[in-house]
Design a protein around this ligand. Structure first.
Ligand SMILES: [Zn+2]
Length: 137
């Protein structure tokens, strides 16, 4: 799959049964529909409420950031924000093919979820971030 920012081939990184497309140049990450839920579940963060259909229903944000095209259907993606303090601006395919996170944004979102979630997810999350997104830390 081609990175919507760099326009170069991405690599596939695997974490348990989840395969994410990852750009080694800009560190952006593409989640196919359903993969975000699988990832959050694997980290014990499934209560977060970040689900594809909810993200797709969010109002589009006005942003100065460049418009990206969905790497699957090539339609212009919508800018939406998820999380809080600070909210993270991500790109969502208008027909639900998936979500694009710029470099470092997945880490930001996961860290916010860990901070607000009960129970001990810290260890798993640190492992995940270390294994999958080495290049960014
Ligand atoms: Zn699409």
């Amino acid at each position: 799959m081609i990175c919507p920012v760099c326009k170069e081939d991405m690599i596939v990184v695997e974490h348990e049964r989840i395969e994410l497309d990852y750009c080694v140049k800009c560190f952006g990450v593409w989640f196919d529909a359903g993969e975000l839920e699988l990832l959050l579940e694997s980290l014990g963060l499934e209560e977060s409420g970040f689900r594809m259909e909810e993200i797709m229903a969010l109002p589009e944000k006005r942003a100065t950031e460049e418009v990206r095209k969905c790497p699957i259907c090539r339609k212009k993606m919508r800018k939406v924000t998820i999380g809080h303090t600070p909210a993270v601006l991500i790109d969502a395919c208008p027909q639900g093919d998936g979500l694009w996170f710029d470099g470092g944004e997945v880490n930001q979102v996961i860290r916010q979820l860990v901070d607000t979630s009960p129970g001990d997810t810290q260890g798993q999350v640190v492992t995940f971030l270390g294994e999958v997104f080495k290049a960014r830390e």
